[in-house]
Design a protein around this ligand. Structure first.
Ligand code: FAD
Ligand code: AMP
Length: 476
């Protein structure tokens, strides 16, 4: 078995692992990054879940389906007459696949440019900071590393009572690959992924029923925003049933019967395809050899401290495989931090300023605390909000649904939370994240000039409204 040595070996080239490898290489370290992801064509591809089966393909289909939906429902309001609007699903899927390909091939180029040794195949941490690498042809070699970074990501959770079969009952990746629009689609789980996928297929004509065990809709979202969001999902035609816990699926000639319980007892709904979107679990199978010293918690996450150090010396873990929100950008920041810490630089991740986005229409985005969390904490707060209905730019865009909401501390004016539902909310939230990162006060936001007419003025006005000084909307 051959041996080669590196300063850093990263296992996993998703949005956590590949930026970590590049940053470590930028810090003049000798780096290798190993990834085993294979797409349906049987080819290896860097980029992990996010680029191959998550963030990127889902946004490609969300964009295409939303354009089709808008052409049918909004063009008339702009005075555009369009008839016979149709879509070609295979062309949509082809476009999505090309976007994924361009993105994943881009990483190969980035590795090359940064001088990272890119290895496709399986990586396994052995005791004593050695990594066993198994290449595509089955040959194994050992990499000796001063530091090892584990970035093995996550996998979809399976519902034991509704097991995946790859055709009728699928996971989120399967739901991005449908070759035909299902007539009736059942989505189990009204989390971010379930709602985004449900929206895609609803816009393309499927009857979509979403079954969610919890009674509260989007429990992690500011409830004023969640309430507004539910209105829009219902308007789109998503049949969202809350307090509906799925307990079984029976396949028959007419489709799949999903059995669920709600307050009234046992219920059934018949669908043609089922997407199970009940969450994701950390993925560590085949990752750890004997005696590595790396510990897992009771839910299977690799245990790390605030700087992503595992229990084993010089072994780090980042991204979905460790605690914290399962988001690409959270993993990326952890990757950059670890790439710098290994090189002896100062770095940290601010876990209080992690933005979240739901790419629905209208979009939903937030950072910081919700009003419910603040009520529970007892800290006195003030709220300012501004409806997009009062924004000139939103009106011009025919996109007036939703609002921006700013929550600030009464005592020192600290910006505690920003919640937006409306056009381009996912882009607008970046300003709030930056403001929080720099510990801006609400007054700082109020005194910052915003271009007119832009959607960002909604955030400016919401900040002004927190002190009842909004200009473009009556203060309450
Ligand atoms: P992953 O992306 O899962 O990458 C891990 C990589 O490691 C994989 O390529 C895997 O094959 C490889 N690997 C694992 N073990 C080994 C091993 N032993 N040897 C070699 N290679 C190994 N997040 C967002 O922030 N925004 C979004 O819009 C968004 N949309 C999503 C939509 C969907 C449908 C899904 C499923 C997820 C979405 N996410 C989104 C979540 C996002 O994809 C994850 O948070 C992100 O991919 C986690 O990055 P990671 O690098 O930790 O893991
Ligand atoms: P997330 O973790 O954000 O991806 O969301 C997954 C959602 O699936 C959560 O809101 C869970 O409450 C929901 N869920 C989990 N199990 C079931 C089930 N058996 N039936 C319906 N919903 C479920």
């Amino acid at each position: 078995m051959s041996e080669s040595s590196f300063d850093v070996v990263v296992i996993g080239a998703g949005p956590a692992g590949y930026p970590c490898a590049i940053r470590a290489a930028q810090n003049k370290l000798k780096v290798a990054c190993i990834d085993e992801w294979k797409n349906h064509d049987g080819k290896y591809a860097f980029g992990g879940t996010c680029l191959n089966a998550g963030c990127i393909p889902s946004k490609a289909l969300l964009e295409s389906s939303e354009l089709y939906h808008r052409a049918r429902t909004e063009f008339a309001a702009h005075g555009i007459k369009a008839s016979g609007i149709e879509f070609d699903l295979s062309a949509m899927q082809k476009r999505k696949t090309q976007i994924v390909k361009a993105s994943t091939q881009g990483i190969t180029g980035l590795f090359k440019g940064a001088g990272v040794t890119a290895l496709q195949g399986h990586g396994r941490l052995l005791a004593g900071n050695r990594v066993e690498y198994t290449a595509a042809d089955g040959t194994t070699s050992t990499l000796v590393a001063r530091h090892v970074v584990l970035a093995s990501g996550s996998a979809p959770m399976e519902l034991k009572t509704v097991p995946f079969d790859g055709t009728t009952v699928v996971d989120s990746w399967g739901a991005l690959e449908f070759a035909e629009v299902p007539k009736r689609l059942g989505v189990i789980g009204a989390g971010v992924i379930g709602l985004e996928l449900g929206s895609v297929w609803r816009r393309l004509g499927a009857e979509v029923v979403v079954l969610e065990a919890l009674q509260e809709f989007l429990f992690m979202v500011d409830q004023q925003v969640a309430k507004e969001a539910l209105k829009h999902f219902n308007k789109l035609g998503l049949d969202i049933r809350l307090g509906a816990k799925v307990t079984a699926a029976k396949q028959g000639a007419g489709g799949v019967t999903l059995v669920y319980t709600d307050v009234s007892g046992e219920q059934q709904v018949m669908v043609d395809k089922v997407v199970v979107a009940i969450g994701r679990r950390p993925f560590t199978s085949g990752l750890l050899g004997d005696g590595t010293g790396v510990e897992l918690d009771e839910r299977g996450f690799i245990k790390v401290d605030h700087e992503c150090r595992t229990a084993a010396a010089n072994v780090w873990a980042i991204g979905d495989v460790v605690r914290g929100p399962m988001l690409a950008h959270k993993g990326k920041e952890e990757g950059l931090m670890v790439g710098d810490l290994i090189a002896g630089l100062v770095a940290e991740v601010n876990y209080d300023a992690v933005p979240s986005v739901i790419y629905s229409a209208p979009e939903i985005a937030w950072v910081g605390q919700t009003e419910e969390q603040l009520k529970a904490s007892g800290r006195a707060y003030k709220v300012g909000s501004f409806p997009f209905m009062a924004s000139g730019r939103a009106r011009a865009m025919e996109a007036t649904a939703g609002f921006a909401k700013v929550i600030s501390a009464v005592d020192d004016d600290e910006l505690l939370g920003v919640h937006i539902i409306g056009p381009m909310a996912g882009e607008l939230i970046a300003e709030a994240v930056l403001a929080m990162e720099y510990s801006a006060s609400t007054e700082d936001l109020q005194r910052t000039m915003h271009a007119h007419p832009t959607l960002s003025e909604a955030l400016h006005e919401a900040a002004l409204a927190a002190d009842k000084r909004a200009i473009d909307y009556p203060n309450k």
